[in-house]
Design a protein around this ligand. Structure first.
Ligand SMILES: NC(=O)c1ccc[n+]([C@@H]2O[C@H](COP(=O)([O-])OP(=O)(O)OC[C@H]3O[C@@H](n4cnc5c(N)ncnc54)[C@H](O)[C@@H]3O)[C@@H](O)[C@H]2O)c1
Length: 316
């Protein structure tokens, strides 16, 4: 199998392109990324047993996509603008890249005879559901609260439509918020941000209204394992799966970070919230297929702390 990973230099992609090297069915990986986030380091020290090719290109450019798609069997489409909070200020760009870019990727897949596509979406497409969020809830129950989440939901629909037309075998994974380190790591989501602030001696700010709200989180190792899991299972075609290592309150996360940094300072503030109710995301559908989780909050945090352990958490 030759796999194309769009956005392959990012937080998830940089781990995925390494993780897939253990899969004996995969012979080559092409990475397409526009380097907008400058994560050159994600290309350092790649495993030697696979043929890796890097294409610097944009998913908005059909020529770039054509260069990357040659001889590809499956695509994992990660490239996106991914900062939910920041997406309010650049909503048109987010729509263009996350929805328009996905349409381009699908079109290019069809032109080049690509058989399957894995699309990592987000549990934030659920928005403020009360109770348990499941994949089979009505479309009208989905209430994405940011331009980011709205664009991901619209892109999901494109993937499902192309699959229903028989153009490609698409599968959607609704991932919880990632934690755990990778060489292309980002630090703007909850768990990682708290750790980074604590490790660098800065106090971090938490929305006081949010501390008891439950949200879905996903260990990076489980995220990449889930992508690999569906990649080689045709029975997942046309399906949507929630992928969540744990549902947790911000308070639980803060306590876990604090167990590594007892002196960490936290400030509580009132501000705009994206989703204002607790929701649990149910992941029994992917578990019923045989997928099992290995990550947990404690080890994901400890591992990130370890990567940053050369720093003195000194307040300056
Ligand atoms: N990290 C999370 O918590 C999380 C949770 C749910 C879903 N997801 C989804 O998983 C995917 C990967 O997330 P991530 O955390 O690795 O994101 P990331 O921001 O770390 O990486 C995205 C990569 O895409 C590249 N990119 C952006 N725009 C591009 C374009 N127009 N053309 C080509 N490359 C482009 C960037 O340079 C970057 O390397 C995204 O689709 C995101 O929506 C992420």
């Amino acid at each position: 199998m030759h796999v194309l990973v769009t956005g392959g230099l990012g937080h998830i992609g940089s781990q995925l392109i390494r993780y897939l090297s253990d899969n004996s069915r995969i012979r080559a990986i092409t990475i397409l990324d526009n380097l907008s986030t400058q994560r050159y380091a994600s290309l350092f020290d790649l495993p030697k047993n696979l043929e890796y090719t890097f294409v610097k290109g944009d998913i908005l450019d059909s020529n770039d996509l054509s260069r990357a798609m040659s001889d590809v069997d499956s695509v994992v489409h990660l490239a996106a603008i991914t900062n939910a909070e920041g997406s309010f200020d650049i909503s048109e760009q987010v729509q263009s890249v996350n929805l328009g870019g996905t349409k381009n990727v699908l079109q290019s897949c069809i032109q080049h005879g690509v058989k399957s596509l894995v699309f990592p979406s987000t549990t934030s497409v659920y928005g403020p559901v009360s109770g348990i969020a499941r994949e089979d809830c009505d479309r009208s129950d989905l209430k994405p609260q940011s331009p980011y989440a709205t664009s991901k939901l619209a892109a999901e629909e494109e993937v499902i439509s192309a699959t229903e037309r028989g153009d490609i075998r698409g599968v959607i994974l609704r991932l919880g918020t990632i934690f755990g380190p990778s060489i292309g790591m980002r630090f703007h989501t909850a768990v990682n941000k708290f750790i980074f602030y604590a490790a660098t001696g800065r106090s971090f700010t938490v929305w006081s209204e949010a501390v008891d709200l439950v949200r879905p989180y996903l260990a990076l190792e489980d995220g990449v394992a889930a992508i690999e899991f569906v990649l080689s299972r045709p029975e997942t075609t046309g399906q949507i799966y929630n992928v969540v290592t744990l549902n947790s309150t911000i308070d639980q996360i803060i306590n876990e970070v604090r167990s590594n940094f007892p002196a960490a300072e936290i400030e509580y503030t009132r501000t705009r919230l994206l989703n204002q109710v607790s929701y649990h995301v149910d992941d029994s559908k992917i578990r019923a297929l045989g997928f099992s989780y290995r990550g947990n909050l404690n080890s994901g945090i400890r591992e990130t702390v370890e990567w940053l352990s050369g720093l003195k958490a000194k307040k300056l």
